[in-house]
Ligand binder design. Sequence first.
Ligand code: TEU
Ligand code: CA
Length: 557
Amino acid sequence: KGDAPAWWKSAVVYQVWPRSFADGNGDGIGDLQGLIARLDYLKWLGVDVVWLSPVFRSPQDDNGYDISDYHDIDPDFGTLADMDVLIAGLHQRGMRLVSDLVVNHTSDAHPWFQAARSSRDDPKRDWYIWRDTPEDGTAPNNWMSRFSGSAWEPDSRTGQSYLHIFARSQPDLNWANPAMRAEIWRMMRWWLDRGIDGFRMDVINFISKADGLPDDPQGNGQRFYANGPRLIPYLQEMQAEVLSHATRPLMTVGETPLTDVETARALTDPAGGGLDMVFQFEHMGIDMDGSRWKQRPMDFRALKTVMARWQTGFADTGWNSLYFGNHDQPRILSRWGDPVGHPVASAKALATVMHLHRGTPYIYQGEEIGMQNLPLPTPADLRDVQSINYFNSQMAEDPRRDPEEVMQRIRPMARDTSRSPMQWNDGPWAGFSSVAPWMPLHPDYAVTNVAAQRDDAASVLHHTRALIALRHDNPVIALGDCRFAEMDHPSLYVLLRQWGDHLAVMVANLGGAFVPRGEWAWLPELPLALGNIAGAPSHSGALQGLRPWEALVFMGE
Ligand code: TEU
Ligand code: CA
């Protein structure tokens, strides 16, 4: 790769969750034609890469993360020809496509699983994970699904149960089977030959399970299905069989829940897993007490500590991804910002904090315009399998339980909150579709939308576009080292970036009270490069303190 830094170290990625991005054929469901029609918007925004969540043939039990044919596009989203047009459209604009690779599991509708479940002797039986169903009808071990209930589904036809870490319609593939792995490599090469530029690898660190699938006396099996003994060898085989044969520079990002810095370093070490970067989840767990259904107050000191740990962990090797949201997380403005008192300033402040770290930023669709959590008034408003399964399991556990009490836990953290249709304008259906969308629009779409913000230089949209340009135009942002200050201050977030003689200092007040300037020996005299509230000082020497949710970037030699 030579000594030039890899292209994705200066890149910004935009995640498209296709069902809710843009509807191109008037059926109320987002699709590839809708995305193709918006490529000029993404080019204008300045993003380099589109990470496209799955569009492959799927029963849509988990919105495409349950794949029944890796080689075809689901009719909800379009056709392979549409995919070719999308790839060409991105490449013509100097952008790239990273596709979602979901290979820890398939849909139970996949022909492989249909064959596997047909008989114990079927050649594909061992492509999945089967164990005898105990006489008493319980499960082969005590592992729990991440979507509530046991991780095992009994299959009466053959007297065995199959493992599913996620929904029962998402049987885990058996990565110990070399013929299965060879088929995955073939599929990956097929998509690379079609022109994609890399992969986002869905729960890729779940593909190796602990030998013997042991019971987990202390928990739900996570320690035995995440980061298993053969994970690195499988990824090394992926390098050897697929990625090393690439004829153009690729980008890979592994989605790796339950992973600490040490494990992530091994997964991104060229001599180890060889991934370019991973999505870690530590910062996404600060306001959760072990589960997304048990929230606790956000603590920005904890955020600084976690982000500093990952910056330090990858200061000398590997690379960080930077994200505050995606299709599995609530809208960051609702979750960590001040959507009532300072919606615009706090959305811009959070974006500034994320983008000023060292790493590759990932923007989730709608984050760039400050979209907020979709209200979920009743259980009938839940569409996501994780939310529905949790609600049903809570009610089954105690039928006398008040449904509203369960909804109060679900409402702020359900994945449904960030899956409402993208808000393009204040016209019918927010310009997302010409008919009623598959999911309700957020009630604020007439005010919060792309069109309104493209005409407003003070908008979240223009601020996001400025942050992307700042990274593209200044190696100190993309490549400079990253240090912290004021670690114990409850609302100040300070990032010190340096690249040779180039300095950038970001200081943000993630809170509602004015913070007067302190000793701040860490703040050199530098001109202002970017502010988020009108009336910011033109240079750091004039800074008297930070207004609520004010975020500033000073930059210079
Ligand atoms: O998410 C995996 C994952 O980390 C989730 O189980 C997450 O831990 C959970 O939402 C936290 O409560 C990936 C995809 O991003 C997700 O959309 C899929 O549902 C899942 O894998 C199965 O493919
Ligand atoms: Ca459509």
